[in-house]
Design a binder for this molecule. Sequence first.
Ligand SMILES: [Zn+2]
Length: 400
Amino acid sequence: MDLEAALRQELETRKGAILGLCRDLIRIPTENPPGARYRDCAERLRVELETLGLPPEVIEVPGFSDHPRVNLLSIHGSEGPVVYFHGHYDVVPARDPEQFMPRERDGRLYGRGSADMKAALASMMYAVSLLKDRRGPLRGRIGVCLVADEETGGQGGSAYLDRIGRLGQDAIAMLTPEPTSGVVWNANRGAITLRVTVRGKSAHVGLQHQGINAFEGMLKAAAAVQGLKAEVEQRRTGYRILPEAAAGSILLLGGKVEGGTNFNVVPDACSFTLDRRFNPEETLDAEKERLFALFEEIRRRGIALDVDVLQEGAASGVPDDHPVARTLAQTIADVTGARPEFSMCPGLLETRWYARKGVPAFAYGPGLLELAHGPAESIEVESIFRHTIIYAMTAARLLA
Ligand SMILES: [Zn+2]
């Protein structure tokens, strides 16, 4: 029997357990922010991995007393290079507590985290268990890395594992099951998100000559940033992205603007956000340096300002003809009957943690991006099983 048929046969006996795990995970409201119930969810994942014979190491992050940050790492196999399945178990906050009551209707499983990405975690874990129980000859190991905090930048998740040297050790490939709506994301934009606060001095309107107007300072600062915006937004990525109009590098100004206390008081502080989303052809360091040099220049013009970094992350990209990309695409074609398209993810992706070590990293998951984070988040049940097969076959082929 060929590999796919053997895996499918074995999967039949596990579909109930996979769905049971999906429902259990959805029931634990791991909302982030603030990072709730992580320990409970990590414990449920730990028990499942133990049961599957894939005992994980539980890695708790120091310094988070209110909401502990917990990550799980399980490596199957004794030696050789590692193919990583990497996913996050935190979810964006629910619109309604009902979202934590999993429901099935018309072949779909509904609930917060169904698409992004608790059901996909079950797919990955069972993919490894299918391969393990086949006892086929794998030339290498498979890692399952389950992290917290992805939705807020990864501080208590991937960033921590990376800092302690536990992320992507010996990796030859990484796959994360973000809801990609059928395409493979082989690249992602980087982000530098800042809050710029211009400082002034408060005074009553009648004595405004005694004050320093932070709003007027902010207008000048924002105008200077607009100059940079016009320049960087000329740059276009060579990676495929839909719609094509989205190919330009991005500098969004004023997503949130705050300041002042009343119409008759000189404002002593005004702030605006700046969200720089740069293409894989641009680097985090260079783009950050450019922004901070501009802020220095604005300060030299006599405008007092503070800059807070709200988040930052590198861009990354792997060519779609990379051998790992070809193996993944061929496997998807074999299982689904259609070759996937490659494109750039519009947001940040945890592939970046691996990519910057030179590991080819991709996102491909059973969910639909348009449903993730939404009020009616759901996933097609069959796609959970289909992806279990795709993940197992991809790892088997990469380690053949
Ligand atoms: Zn996600």
